[in-house]
Ligand binder design. Structure first.
Ligand SMILES: [Zn+2]
Length: 221
């Protein structure tokens, strides 16, 4: 009986793990893939390096500060296929945006695109999942084909500031948009914003297609 009970616990812990993947603490209460303590411990965003970038002034909001817990969550999303965490982050990022400004000006939500090769490697696109969740929470359409990655660039996190900018040269292309289709502000969604080089690359590309009314919402920054 004791052995059966032990087996049952072991099997159930495989299906329903006993520990929070973000902090390693024993589950007491969970939602969106991590424990409620981890969600409530995520700090409000400060002024990251992107804040001082003139081209992004007044355009960027981040839902949470990028710290040790955030780093864990990003790792779980990017490399462990934790779509549930990405979805919940989208809901919370939308809540953050609602507290900052009215969403009535928003025409649509678009994700910072990932190259198809990287999507195949990871199995899914975490910025797209976050963007889907934000769009649903704000009741704003999601449009995924306005901007694309044309080059599979090395990860920005391994590069210096100067390399980050040259790494993204000609990395994106945008569809020519009928201005009647997208009248209003486009909300560009990224998972993490560090220096802002990636979103600036997207902004430049979108501007060439005539889209200049852009706001950026990053999950972490
Ligand atoms: Zn936790």
């Amino acid at each position: 009986m004791k052995l059966f009970h032990h087996l049952e616990l072991t099997l159930s812990s495989l299906v329903f793990p006993l520990y929070c993947p973000a902090c390693g603490g024993y589950w007491i209460e969970r939602s969106g893939g991590i424990c409620s303590d981890c969600w409530s411990n995520l700090p409000a965003p400060g002024r990251g390096r992107w804040f001082h970038e003139p081209a992004l002034k007044g355009k960027v909001s981040a839902a949470f500060h990028y710290d040790d817990i955030s780093r864990n969550l990003v790792h779980l999303m990017k490399f462990r296929g934790r779509i549930d965490i990405a979805r919940e982050i989208g809901v919370r990022a939308a809540d953050r945006l609602k507290s900052l400004y009215s969403q009535s000006e928003l025409a649509c939500v678009i994700p910072v695109p990932l190259h198809p090769v990287r999507i195949r490697e990871r199995g899914y696109d975490q910025s797209l999942v976050i963007a889907e969740s934000v769009a649903k929470a704000l009741s704003v359409p999601l449009i995924v084909d306005i901007i694309r990655r044309t080059r599979n660039t090395p990860p920005q996190s391994r590069l210096s500031d100067v390399e980050r900018i040259s790494n993204l040269k000609d990395a994106f292309s945008a569809s020519l948009i009928d201005q009647g289709t997208v009248s209003g502000t486009i909300l560009l969604i990224d998972d993490v914003i560090h220096t802002g080089a990636t979103v600036m690359g997207c902004i430049k590309t979108l501007a060439k297609s005539g889209i200049k009314n852009i706001r950026i919402l990053a999950a972490f920054g």
